[in-house]
Design a binder for this molecule. Structure first.
Ligand code: G6P
Ligand code: MG
Length: 214
């Protein structure tokens, strides 16, 4: 293992709850029901693909202008919640693991679909751990396409088989596996069944065990 590539939402920070609130409010305004199960399907998907999901669910045909307006509305609400985040809102052991990896010379990249990734990394004060940041502003294909992780590996000068990807979404695990990465799922094994290993959270992960995996 030469490098670790982390998804952001749901792995390092618990922002899924904020995405949920903001999408649910937009969906409700559009007359579409939006459950926790729906939110699970959106994990790892781009903002565009997420809106598509809601519009499809409600059989809504939208103009480009409406789409832009709804995405902006959702994002403004999401940002208002994210801007209230503080340094303590990283998930358990996230900071400690990043620190441990850094001190053992493991390269670290972010591989996130979010266009708000840098802002969030700043908010919770972990941006300095990353040697490369690949986010939704740098990718053109949504997970499960492996693009985001392949760009991450390239930015770190590593081959996919030298990198471990951490993901909380099945789409993200699929992206990692199809790109040739070792995939660690963070969440439930029933959901992330395609991952090489699944842990409930980063709290059960440390450098020594990662070293033994690869
Ligand atoms: C992450 C989240 C998704 C979210 C996507 C885009 O992958 O898991 O739920 O839709 O980022 O986020 P953004 O901040 O650009 O709207
Ligand atoms: Mg995620």
């Amino acid at each position: 293992m030469r490098a670790c590539i982390f998804d952001l939402d749901g792995v390092l920070v618990d922002t899924a709850k904020y995405h949920f609130i903001a999408w649910r409010n937009l969906a409700s305004k559009l007359g579409v029901e939006f459950s926790e199960h729906d939110n699970e399907q959106l994990k790892g998907l781009s903002r565009d693909a997420s809106l598509d999901y809601i519009l499809n669910k409600g059989n809504i045909v939208a103009t480009d202008v409406q789409r832009e307006q709804w995405k902006e509305e959702k994002n403004n609400e999401y940002l208002a919640l994210v801007l209230q985040m503080n340094e303590n809102e990283t998930l358990p052991n996230a900071k400690e693991l990043l620190k441990e990896l850094k001190s053992n010379n493991v390269k670290i990249a972010l591989g996130s679909a979010s266009k708000n990734a840098e802002l969030i990394l700043d908010r919770v004060n972990i941006k300095h751990y990353f040697d490369a940041i690949i986010d939704g502003t740098k990718t053109s294909r949504s997970k499960p396409d492996p693009e985001v992780f392949l760009l991450g590996a390239k930015a770190l000068n590593c081959e996919p088989h030298e990198c471990i990807v951490f993901e909380d979404a099945l789409n993200g695990v699929k992206a990692a596996k199809s790109g040739g990465f070792y995939a660690i799922g963070i969440g439930e094994p029933e959901v992330l069944f395609e991952a090489d290993k699944v842990y409930a959270s980063l709290a059960s992960v440390n450098f020594k065990m990662l070293e033994l995996l690869s």
